[in-house]
Design a protein around this ligand. Structure first.
Ligand code: UD1
Ligand code: UDP
Length: 371
């Protein structure tokens, strides 16, 4: 049995890390292909270091580009590697361009694809990730769904129920494994001069929010409205895409926004844990906020993670300042100690379950000819 593990961006490195460690622990043969879709130190190598991951066996160095160009380069670079390595199964995680290109490269060589985080749907086809999710799911032999909602979505799309495994999300493994170490090593609160429970945390990187000047200004108006009422410092580890857009549009930011470069996972866990509120358009941060018991205001009109809303941990506000303020008012009127909701994202042992399923069901095809 040999597993090919494909990663490319910050969230994939974080959420695939427990699977890589579990392969190592079980002595399963594996190799890592990193597309290098994310390549800056603070979006890439910092996570390998913190999560004690081995260097990728293959680094495709594709970097940034137009979507087809980026995916085309991944396909071209990946094919000879897969032909040479002949894995029994290739694992991809999430919904990025790396995921779709990796799944397609494997699928074209008749290599089984396992999709971790299968069955998520925002039903917003303007999101590039939605296309990536749907196509990847329909190319996969192993669909590792987070929960029953995702199972139902996949089944409704005609995917054979035998291929769908409800396992939870590896985000829970990564988070639970690193809560203690992040608490003992991170000095981020002191470094930023913020106090636990007395600041808001923001992240934003969706093209729909940051690539159009009017939308980015609307987003900033949300923060203005919240600050006008609550006077909290708003800490914003800024994604490189958003940083580039602020510069391109020559947008100046108010001083209450504490802009910092993207930070490591340990620091980010601690910032989330100690924030009074999280405002984000990220997928993974909606999950982590829910797991950490911190209220989340999602700066989007749809989410592929409705479970966090269903359990009462999250609310969608788009870029509407009034809706954001109403959500903040509701959260902040309650005692933070009373925030508790059920956990829809996994028990922290999801990678183990995934590898149990693969090792019990993949026949060794090492001798199989790949054409
Ligand atoms: C990508 C994924 C998105 C995921 C996000 C996680 C797709 C279509 N998008 O979006 O689903 O939520 O990653 O963060 O796959 N840049 C850097 N350094 C880097 C990476 C990017 O400066 O290490 C800059 C690029 O030059 C570009 C911008 O960030 O200007 C966008 O990068 P890209 O990887 O295309 O998309 P993301 O917005 O990061
Ligand atoms: N994250 C981080 N440092 C940051 C911002 C985010 O380590 O400055 C982590 C966060 O804990 C989560 C992941 O990155 O695990 C989310 O990545 P992102 O929001 O870029 O992608 P998405 O989840 O939206 O695809």
């Amino acid at each position: 049995m040999k597993i090919g593990i494909i990663i490319g961006t910050r969230p994939e490195i974080i959420k695939m890390s427990p699977v890589i460690h579990e392969c190592k622990k079980r002595g399963i043969a594996y190799f890592i292909i990193h597309s290098n879709q994310h390549y800056s130190q603070e979006m890439d190598s910092i996570f390998f270091k913190e999560l004690e991951l081995p260097e990728p066996d293959y680094n495709l160095g594709v970097g940034f580009g137009l979507h087809s160009n980026q995916m085309g380069n991944i396909l071209i670079e990946m094919e000879p590697i897969l032909l040479q390595e002949k894995p029994d199964v290739v694992l991809v995680q999430g919904d990025t361009n790396t995921v779709l290109a990796g799944a397609l490269a494997a699928s074209k060589l008749d290599i089984k694809v396992g999709h971790i985080e299968a069955g998520l749907r925002s039903y917003d086809r303007t999101m590039p990730e939605e296309t990536n999710r749907i196509l990847t799911d329909h190319m996969s032999e192993y669909l590792f769904a987070v929960g029953p909602n995702q199972y139902a979505i996949l089944a409704k799309e005609g995917i054979d129920g035998d291929k769908i495994f409800t396992v939870g999300n590896t985000v829970s493994d990564s988070l639970f494994q690193h809560l203690d170490i992040s608490a003992s090593t991170s000095t981020i609160l002191a470094d930023l001069g913020v106090t636990s429970g007395k600041f808001f945390l923001v992240t934003a990187h969706r093209a729909s929010n940051v690539d159009i000047p009017a939308n980015l200004l609307e987003l900033l108006a949300v923060f203005d409205k919240l600050h006008a009422k609550y006077s909290q410092t708003i800490v914003w580890p800024i994604h490189p895409r958003t940083q580039a857009k602020l510069k391109e549009f020559s947008i100046e930011l108010p001083s209450y926004l504490k802009l910092i470069p993207p930070i490591g996972y340990f620091d980010f866990i601690q910032l989330q844990k100690h924030a009074q509120l999280i405002l984000t358009d990220s997928g993974g941060i909606q999950e982590e906020a829910c797991l950490l018991g911190v209220p989340c205001i999602t700066l989007r009109e749809s989410t592929e993670r409705p479970e966090s809303i269903e359990v009462g941990a999250n609310v969608l506000v788009g870029r509407d300042a009034d809706r954001a303020l109403a959500a903040a008012d509701k959260w902040l009127a309650s005692d933070a100690a009373s925030f508790s909701w059920s956990n829809p994202f996994g028990d922290g042992h999801v990678a183990e379950t995934i590898l149990d399923i693969i090792t019990n069901s993949v026949p060794s095809t090492l001798e199989k000819e790949i054409i």
